[in-house]
Design a protein around this ligand. Structure first.
Ligand code: UT7
Length: 329
């Protein structure tokens, strides 16, 4: 019997106007365009400037564009999930604010946080709602204003991150397309290498935490790098093996955009040819929850119905995973 599946039927993104170049970063910290380009592949990233603008503003623009593109009215949306590590406020959920700003009134909405793996976790969560048959129009948005938690005096992290949002619409289908399978994993012991020290219940904000610059991303680059390569490649291969997928069956690999060297090493380990690996890190840097849908948006014109696509991500937690989907249009 054919099973109801959740298909991505539209993708859209939002990129803030301000372009922060490597040359501008050279004026801010002790770094060079040469170092950033060679070690990360990043040339520029977008920054959301302006008072009163937050993650939900980028998310709302991405969602509005998404619904317009598909000709779907906000009233028709049943559920909106936002994956983010930079919510506008600790509560309520940024998803609620995005719904409010886009006129989505008949949906319930909530946030998910799995750091850089957030989008793929949210995608599969949303797909489960669609596959049950009750929800017909589900929006998943990955959005982060990373500039709000990046220390622009720390050269190890400030060169990497950027701001953006990107969203997909999921709809039910009986065709052989959509989200097919996934594998996810978590290792909480990895928190030591990548976290934000203060601002939570462990270390609530105080003068001390501010003086110690603890409200920023803390990252030990090298261990995170090693885990990212081995875990993304490993779990993607496991997912392919479980589904009898050969390398030549894969039309596109969409890796989380954290570092060009990680992306290339992941592709090499999986023996996926370079031209099938989506890369846009040079333009946007690491936008955390937005990287994977931003890739789909950038490459949308090259995708064909039925394409086998592997999405893979690794992030703070540690969290990692891979999703197999068949492109639906
Ligand atoms: O998305 C969430 C998951 N995050 C990731 O996947 C990120 C994984 N990690 C990375 O991408 C890389 O580890 C980084 C890009 C963060 C760092 O690159 P690296 O090749 O691992 O550099 P490193 O930390 O080993 O540092 C090498 C040198 C050091 O100098 P010494 O000790 O050799 O003198 C650093 O101090 O490069 C120095 N360095 C810099 N130099 C110029 C670190 N950052 C910079 C910089 N400009 N921005």
């Amino acid at each position: 019997m054919t099973k109801l599946k959740a298909a991505i039927t539209a993708v859209h993104g939002d990129l803030p106007d301000y372009v922060l170049t490597n040359q501008e970063l050279e004026q801010m910290v002790d770094t060079t365009d040469e170092w950033i380009s060679a070690r990360t592949g990043i040339k520029e990233r977008r920054i959301l400037k302006g008072n009163g603008l937050a993650t939900s503003d980028m998310g709302a623009k991405a969602v509005k564009g998404l619904l317009d593109k598909r000709g779907v009215s906000p009233d028709e949306v049943d559920l909106l999930i936002c994956s983010t590590v930079t919510p506008d406020m600790k509560f309520p959920a940024t998803a609620n604010l995005i719904s409010h700003k886009t006129g989505i009134k008949n949906a319930f909405s909530y946030d998910m946080n799995a750091a850089c793996s957030g989008f793929i976790y949210a995608l599969v969560t949303a797909a489960n709602f669609v596959e049950r048959g009750k929800y017909k129009k589900v929006v998943v948005v990955g959005a982060d204003k990373m500039s709000s938690i990046v220390d622009y005096s720390d050269r190890q992290t400030c060169v990497i991150f950027g701001d953006a949002a990107s969203a997909v619409l999921l709809e039910p289908t009986m065709e052989d397309v959509g989200v097919i399978d996934h594998q996810f994993a978590t290792d909480g012991s990895g928190y030591v290498h990548l976290h934000m020290k203060a601002g939570g219940s462990l270390r609530p904000p105080s003068y001390d935490t501010i003086d110690a610059r603890e409200h920023y991303v803390y990252q030990e680059g090298q261990p995170v790098f090693k885990f990212a390569v081995t875990k993304m490649a490993g779990i993607s291969r496991d997912l392919m093996a479980a589904n009898n997928l050969q390398t030549e069956d894969i039309a596109w690999l969409v890796p989380h955009q954290a570092n060009l060297r990680i992306i290339e090493a992941t592709g090499n380990r999986m023996e996926i040819p370079k031209e099938k690996v989506m890369v846009n890190i040079q333009k946007y840097g690491n936008t955390t929850n937005a990287t994977i849908p931003l890739c789909l948006w950038d490459y949308e014109g090259q995708l064909q119905k039925g394409d086998n696509i592997i999405l893979t991500a690794f992030g703070g937690g540690f969290t990692w995973g891979a999703v197999w989907l068949k492109w639906a249009y």
